[in-house]
Design a protein around this ligand. Structure first.
Ligand code: NAP
Length: 261
């Protein structure tokens, strides 16, 4: 089978809920020590209590705002101090506020790019030395189909930030390859999370109907993809992206989807 993650140190940003918590759960079950990073300490504590006992490894937390380079350096230092190093970074923290193009302000752009783009840069920069020291460092960025593949009204700034992550990873993959670190991205479609639930029942029903596999993804669907990209067996894959969307981006038209029955 695949690599054992027993004793491996994994940092997951945005791990207090949603996809990040699902990624953390999958790595915990695989035996890893997992550092959950997000801003809200109470939510982090609740997530840690939920994940505790899922696997053999330690689950610890750090309150961090990834849009701050200094806080990302503190996050990496905490992982090294508590878990002895960093083998895997899942740069997953992200926000997706909804605003029409005509109404987007400079502050909106700063907020979305601050978390989604600068947060990815800073998390990676902060963890690079420890990842290199492991001899098999793995970085998995959570991007999205929105931006790199598709568009959705209200998310021009969000889509641009998710596409920017892919521009970043292609060069980061080249620069970090000599240090035996791979950099890849998972592009989720619509995944059932607390964040998505906030968009409302109508949005979710429409989305399910537009997905060939006829269901939203689970957070573990994304976690398993991250686990694969973090495995020794994926060690020759770098600078790549994997769409995990139940086939959502495939139909050319509504007719193409309905013709399948
Ligand atoms: P979510 O449920 O809203 O969770 C977001 C997580 O990120 C939380 O833990 C949040 O905790 C953390 N976070 C937000 N801003 C942060 C900051 N400045 N510093 C540190 N942590 C921060 O969102 P999600 O749906 O799981 O999304 C996670 C990632 O998946 C995002 O990158 C998103 O773009 C991507 N994605 C999601 C979907 C989907 O269908 N859900 C689809 C495609 C891509 P705090 O607020 O406490 O910091």
């Amino acid at each position: 089978m695949f690599t054992s993650f027993d004793g491996r140190s994994v940092v997951v940003t945005g791990a207090s809920k949603g996809i990040g918590k699902g990624i953390a759960r999958v790595f915990a079950r695989a035996g890893a020590d997992v550092l959950l990073a997000a801003r809200d300490e109470q939510a982090l504590a609740a997530a840690a209590a939920e994940l505790d006992g899922e696997g053999k490894g330690r689950i610890t937390t750090v309150s961090v705002d990834v849009s701050s380079a200094e806080e990302c350096r503190r996050m990496a230092a905490v992982a090294v101090e508590r878990h002895g190093g960093i083998d895997v970074l899942c740069a997953n923290a992200g926000i997706f506020p909804d605003r029409a193009l005509a109404e987007i302000t400079e502050a909106d752009l700063d907020e979305v790019f601050g978390v989604n783009v600068k947060g990815t840069f800073f998390s990676v920069q902060a963890c690079t030395d420890a990842l290199a020291a492991s001899g098999h460092g793995r970085i998995v960025v959570t991007s999205s189909i929105t931006g790199p593949v598709t568009g959705f009204p209200g998310w021009s700034h969000y889509g641009a930030s998710k596409a920017a992550q892919l521009g970043f990873l292609r060069t980061a993959a080249i620069e970090l390859a000599p240090r035996s670190i791979t950099v890849n991205a998972v592009l989720p479609g619509n995944i059932a999370t607390e964040g998505l639930a906030d968009l409302g029942a109508d949005y979710i029903a429409t989305m399910e109907a537009s997905i060939p596999l006829r269901r939203l993804g689970s957070v573990e669907d994304i976690g398993h993809t991250c686990l694969f990209l973090a495995s020794d067996e994926a060690g020759y894959i770098t600078g790549q992206t994997i769409v995990v969307d139940g086939g959502q981006v495939l139909p050319e038209s509504l007719e193409a989807l309905q013709a399948a029955g």
